[in-house]
Design a protein around this ligand. Sequence first.
Ligand code: FMN
Length: 269
Amino acid sequence: MSIITIDAVKCTSCGQCVEECPSFILTIEKDIPVITNEKACISCGHCVAVCPEGAFEHDLAPLKNMPELNQSLAISSQQAEQFLRARRSVRKYQSKQIPRELLIQLLNVARLAPSGGNSQNISYLVIDDNSVLKEVSAATRNWICGDNAGSRRMRFYKVFIEKFMKLDIDVILRDAPALIVALAPKQLEPGFSNARFALAYAELYATSLNLGSCWAGFFEMCGQAGYQPMYDLLGIPEDKVICGGIMIGYPLYQFHRLVDRNPLDIRFI
Ligand SMILES: Cc1cc2nc3c(=O)[nH]c(=O)nc-3n(C[C@H](O)[C@H](O)[C@H](O)COP(=O)(O)O)c2cc1C
């Protein structure tokens, strides 16, 4: 049994699936696509998605899970630019819980982000319990302000965090009602990059759900450094590593203007 099934009535032998396959493991035999090396398939589903006739079925990338592109939902480049420029890091949140269904909706989009070799190796931990969030913040602070404050950068963070701690201001998690943590298997290389893409998707999609987010950089450093008290606190299994985190919640304030950055620095060859 092959992992692919072709509807011979619908297939026109156009060869787009063959051309599109990133692993070069499809070929046309007797006018029908066949797979030559199933083990090399990365299950990306390009063959299924590119077929103009819907004739391609793949056990590891089922057609039914790939809805047809709805052209009426396409956005203009102007809309896309405004959407991307409107996202800001949110550091002031309403003290309102995010329904868990909404967090699931959000992460169901984040999981669609690209991953190296289509490894799809990111899993998520969502912390929406205020007392645990406070413990996460305290553990991060202990890591930064403890023995790790060796480098100039860490000393700067330590001073910053301690200054605001005295004023009872949490600059680590900003009193956000939730923290999304991206985890990856320890051994596999693309975990960190994959996590960044996934969390970036989450940050962008969050805005369309009236949610705001901010990269939890201090937490991320602590997690990536493998600070054991944090792993114990969150019950993270030994074979997983914290790759990143974002704070998330309903923004207290709205931004009325779009972002600007340094001018584009670019060189063509
Ligand atoms: C890797 C990374 C780590 C960050 N860490 C923090 C952080 O720990 N705390 C925070 O308030 N903002 C953090 N930020 C947010 C940046 O400060 C923010 O993206 C930048 O100032 C630009 O603002 P904007 O996101 O609103 O456009 C981080 C952003 C990135 C990409």
